[in-house]
Write a protein that binds this ligand. Structure first.
Ligand SMILES: O=C(O)C(=O)[C@@H](O)CO
Ligand code: MG
Length: 277
């Protein structure tokens, strides 16, 4: 079985954020994810989820000052208190939205700080976060991101992420495997999917075409082959997570662009030999 979630930071950009929930539901999505819920009251988001029969499956913890160039702060020495305050806020939203997964962004390497110090800071922060999240049934996710989109981002490869997950050793710390970033940085997607899903430490997938980050099946990846592979590997390893549709519709913010671009999903739903929601 494959379960797709609509990423409301990327999709339905022709609508206001709170109106994207009903748009996703009309396209028969059962779940949503997005980057940051914090500009909105959690009760208003919860109402939209509830009204539209949607599950919230993922969002990001506060990532520092985005406009000033922060892309997370978990690896940055000296910002631990800010990291903790942000993660506490994320957990409040996770509880209110009944969301199991919170993505913690690592951050951009600041000049003059050595890699070992950043790694130690990152591991200490995610270990602290995972310990806080465990008793309330939440998972902490970390995501390798490619350097073309985020130059200098601390976490780049699946191996690095899984190594950190192993070192920290918390059962609720997992990797968010974004196949768009993975293809750009590492390639060899099929081997990577089979290798990492078998570890039981992939918490979530995300997809987009490469190189343009548009709808699946519009770029260099053979997405239908990849979907079949994820379906068979998940069945074999008992993986039950979601696949986030984190792409920019090719038609941009023009009215109805997201829905019209969902041909790939409608075709998959009607033609696959396994259930797709
Ligand atoms: O950019 C991505 O890829 C993400 O998944 C975001 O959560 C991080 O910006
Ligand atoms: Mg992603």
């Amino acid at each position: 079985m494959l379960k797709f979630a609509a990423n409301l930071s990327f999709l339905y950009n022709d609508a206001d954020f709170l109106d994207r929930f009903s748009a996703a539901s009309r396209d028969e999505f059962h779940a949503v994810e997005y980057l940051f819920p914090y500009p909105w009251d959690a009760r208003d988001i919860a109402a939209r989820l509830n009204d539209n029969g949607l599950e919230q499956v993922l969002f990001n913890a506060p990532a520092g000052d985005w406009d000033q160039g922060d892309r997370g702060i978990a690896c940055i020495p000296g910002r631990e208190l800010e990291f903790r305050a942000g993660f506490n806020k994320a957990l409040e939203y996770a509880q209110a939205l009944d969301c199991r997964r919170v993505h913690v962004m690592a951050g951009i390497c600041p000049p003059g700080i050595d890699a070992a110090q950043m790694r130690a800071t990152y591991e200490a922060n995610v270990a602290w976060a995972a310990e806080l999240a465990a008793p309330i049934g939440r998972e902490v996710l970390i995501e390798p991101i490619n350097h073309r989109d985020m130059p200098g981002y601390f976490l780049n490869t699946q191996t690095q992420a899984h190594d950190i997950v192993q070192t920290v050793g918390a059962m609720n710390l997992k990797v968010q495997m974004d196949l768009y970033h993975c293809q750009i940085t590492e390639g060899d997607l099929s081997t990577a999917i089979s290798r990492w899903i078998a570890t039981g430490r992939v918490g979530h997938f995300q997809i987009a075409s490469v190189p343009s980050r548009n709808e699946p099946t519009t770029g260099e990846i053979n997405d239908n082959y990849i979907f079949d592979l994820i379906a068979s590997e998940s069945q074999q390893h008992g993986w039950e997570g979601w696949i986030g549709c984190e792409y920019r519709p090719k038609l941009g913010a023009e009215a109805g662009a997201t829905s019209r671009g969902l041909t790939w999903l409608r075709t998959l739903r009607s033609h696959s030999t396994y259930p797709v929601i």
